[in-house]
Design a protein around this ligand. Structure first.
Ligand code: NAD
Ligand code: UD1
Length: 332
């Protein structure tokens, strides 16, 4: 079975490409390298001993997609290619709608032309936009609070309507919670562009000596220690969820991919220090605008229907994040 992975040199795409190759799938990657490096394709080959086909280009480029679909008999597409910064999406909404939504339309049109009707889509827990101390199920209300989240919900709608127009489509919408960690080889991982917005990349840059301290953004939330609580999931577990989705999801399927357990910022810092032996200086800072106090997944639908479960521990998430960052930032 041959799978087209859009955004396949990015953080989650590269781990998924590696897991696909290790599981015996053939992989074709398309990525415009707007947020990743071409060398990632070679690293995937080093990890797996197999070469993915690799096209540098844009999913908005339908001529390129025609070339890919005519050169390969693609059975399914896993669609990661998107821009993902919340603040950048607020300052440049047209870029985000164009790249993410028009990119998905362009991809779906090409799939339609080549009668490829299987797609697994990277959605996000950000589509829920709610904060609660209860696990979030797939039927929770949808109310994204930023442009990035709006693009995700729009793409979910496009794909859902496509399925409704032709039930031969298999459309799987995977709503990820907070991916962290890296491949245990230390060869691939998350490389933030500029100042990291997310917690773990910021922590690893502090650990690498690139930043003096972590700002804990909000210490007065209604949570056990006052800091924000999230459902962190190891990126390799997340990658494996995509393979389970390819194998077990039929028709229209919507699944949360998370562990079902929330950790606070202070718990993450403590776990990182324990796993790596590196001290993370912290400074209490104001809340980030629009941040939520607490959210974590109810992953039971993915557990039962897809036969998937997150297995890796918080210790592994921290140790693996640091192994990659240490080598990437030249601290190994
Ligand atoms: P990433 O930026 O590391 O990977 C995305 C890849 O897509 C990059 O390599 C980028 O160069 C490529 N790309 C972007 N636009 C493209 C286009 N028009 N054509 C071709 N390639 C393009 O991000 P990631 O963390 O791996 O995220 C992958 C997907 O998962 C995204 O859709 C993201 O929105 C979604 N997601 C990510 C998170 C997270 O925390 N990382 C959480 C929820 C959902
Ligand atoms: C962010 C995005 C969300 C995206 C998710 C995963 C926003 C508003 N939301 O959410 O759309 O799906 O990442 O990529 O950006 N924190 C600090 N110091 C930091 C950074 C973060 O204390 O330097 C705290 C935050 O306040 C939060 C927790 O760490 O409590 C996690 O933050 P982050 O990694 O940015 O993830 P989300 O807030 O869940």
């Amino acid at each position: 079975m041959k799978v087209l992975v859009t955004g396949g040199t990015g953080y989650i795409g590269s781990h998924t490409a590696a897991e696909l190759l290790m599981s015996g799938y053939e992989v074709v990657i398309v990525d415009n390298l707007s947020n990743s490096e071409a060398s990632v394709a070679e690293r995937i080959a080093r990890i797996t001993g197999k070469n993915p086909a690799f096209y540098i280009g844009d999913v908005l480029d339908e001529a390129l997609l025609d070339r890919i679909f005519s050169e390969h008999k693609i059975d399914a597409v896993i669609h990661f290619a998107a821009l993902k910064s919340v603040p950048a999406s607020m300052s440049n909404p047209l870029l985000y709608y164009h790249n993410n939504v028009s990119g998905t339309l362009s991809l779906c049109r090409a799939m339609h032309r080549y009668e490829v009707k299987n797609i697994v889509f990277s959605s996000s827990a950000t589509v829920y936009g709610i904060s609660d101390d209860k696990p979030i199920g797939e039927d929770a209300p949808l109310s994204p609070k930023n442009v990035y989240g709006n693009t995700k919900l729009m793409m979910e709608t496009v794909l859902t309507d496509l399925y409704r127009s032709d039930p031969e489509w298999n459309v799987t919408l995977l709503r990820y919670f907070n991916p962290i960690g890296a491949h245990e080889s230390g060869l691939i991982g998350e490389v933030p562009a500029g100042v990291p917005g997310n917690l773990m990349p910021y922590i690893t840059q502090v650990a690498a000596g690139l930043r003096p301290h972590l700002n804990i953004t909000g210490t007065d939330y209604d949570t056990p220690d006052g800091t924000g609580v999230r459902d962190y999931i190891h990126v390799v577990d997340l990658a494996r969820g995509h393979i389970k989705a390819l194998e077990n999801s039929r028709g229209l399927g919507i699944y949360n991919l998370g562990t079902g357990r929330g950790y606070s910022v202070r718990e993450i810092v403590r776990a990182f220090e324990e796993a790596t032996g590196v001290k993370i200086p912290c400074v209490e800072a104001p809340r980030r605008p629009g941040d939520l106090a607490c959210y974590f997944a109810d992953p039971s639908k993915a557990n039962t229907v897809l036969g998937w479960r997150a297995e890796k521990t918080l210790h592994e998430m921290c140790a693996d994040s640091w192994r990659f960052a240490k080598s990437y930032y030249g601290k190994a």
